[in-house]
Design a protein around this ligand. Structure first.
Ligand code: PLP
Length: 372
């Protein structure tokens, strides 16, 4: 941080150049382009592929909103498809069924830190000629049959939001690609399509990464593998504890798909009476989160009907954005109703995990005792 202050170069520059070179090496990919956030990484990646009005982009109905929002912001239509009941990741068969002559990109998400079924999705992309953009915001460093997340698509997008496995001191993101032409396009779009100064070849934007965030991430990035290993260790410890207390019939633990090295950005269980269980854990000082309480196709901005009523609507924006959900999205809806993320960060102690699992056992014990 002192080096950045002394340089007086606060945006891009040598610090960001060095960060990009180091990240490309670490993520085993040809090029890495630092941007303002994971959201802007998605936006600029789709822009680089020319996604715009009249185009469709196929994506899972169960993800963080940015995955869909970026498609709509470009005037294209997000096409929501269902997820796999085991992994929370997009169903390749559902994605295949949603492709039309308007499909401009496939946008799988490596949700919670585990790669989507990239063997099937790559085959689908090869067969149809539709490029893949990976939303790898939650999966930095995850591996799929030995290969890192972000090396399967034409482009991949990462986020350094502080809750991700590699977090900045604010917002930051990254686009990666092995295609030099796409890398050039993303770099151009990142700075208003400008080259040289004040000559504009594209209508880009300001998606430039701050040098301070790059400097901080350069210090943290070498620790990523150890931090993710600690999360994996904690995940295995949870599995043992849930089994020891006989809870595996009551709650569904996250499933590691074959060939996947899950980095557990989140450890998400599925449980009946999820909201009551969450309240019970909150009473016991255990922080939990619901990723995500509402599937994307049900969001009010996509004319969904299950949003919290009586909120916004005074901002002057009118109407809702078009979206398409051609097939049933039952698995996404079921996940939204039952999923609960437990603490999984690397510094979590065995004692803390025991408290979490014992509290869950207590929740399911209590009603049983009462009915006896
Ligand atoms: C965090 C996240 C994003 C957006 O990243 P930001 O850096 O917060 O803009 C996009 N997609 C997914 C799946 C995410 O988890």
């Amino acid at each position: 941080m002192t080096r950045v202050a002394d340089s007086q170069r606060f945006i891009l520059g040598a610090e960001v150049d060095a960060f990009e070179r180091e990240m490309a090496r670490q993520l085993e990919v040809g090029d890495a382009i630092g941007v303002t956030s994971g959201t802007d990484a998605l936006l600029v990646a789709l822009m680089a592929l020319g996604v715009g009005r009249g185009d469709e982009v196929v994506l899972p109905a169960y993800s963080f909103f940015a995955t869909a929002g970026c498609v709509s912001r470009l005037g294209a239509t997000p096409v929501f498809v269902d997820i796999d009941p085991e992994t929370f990741n997009v169903s390749p068969a559902a994605m295949a069924a949603a492709i039309t002559s308007s499909t401009k990109a496939l946008l799988p998400v490596h949700l919670f830190g585990q790669c989507a079924d990239m063997t099937a999705l790559r085959a689908l992309s090869d067969r149809t000629g539709v490029p893949i953009v990976e939303d790898a915001a939650q999966a930095i460093g995850a591996r799929y049959h030995g290969r890192q997340a972000g090396t399967f698509g034409a482009l991949a997008c990462f986020s350094f939001f502080p809750s991700k496995n590699l977090g900045a001191f604010g917002d930051a993101g990254l686009v990666t690609t092995d295609d030099p032409a796409l890398a050039r396009e993303v770099r151009l779009l990142r700075g208003h399509g400008m080259e040289p100064k004040y000559f504009h070849w594209r209508i880009g934007g300001n998606f430039r990464l701050d040098a301070l965030q790059a400097a901080i991430l350069r210090v943290k990035a070498p620790h990523l593998a150890a931090w993710s290993a600690a999360r994996r260790h904690n995940a295995n410890r949870y599995r043992r504890m849930f089994a020891e207390l006989g809870l595996t019939d009551l709650v569904r633990l996250p499933v590691e798909a074959e060939g996947c090295e899950h980095i557990y950005n989140q450890f998400v269980i599925r449980a009946p009476q999820r909201d009551a269980l969450r309240a019970h854990l909150t009473e016991r000082q255990i922080g939990t989160e619901i990723y995500y309480p509402l599937s994307l196709h049900r969001q009010p901005c996509y004319s969904g009907t299950q949003g919290t009523p009586g909120t916004p609507g005074t901002t002057g924006t009118t109407g809702t954005a078009p979206s398409v959900a051609r097939l049933p999205l039952d698995v996404a809806d079921e996940a939204a109703a039952t999923s609960l993320a437990l603490p999984i960060y690397g510094e979590l102690t065995e004692e803390q995990q025991r408290h979490v699992v014992a509290s869950i056992a207590e929740f399911f014990e209590a009603p049983r005792l009462r009915t006896d």
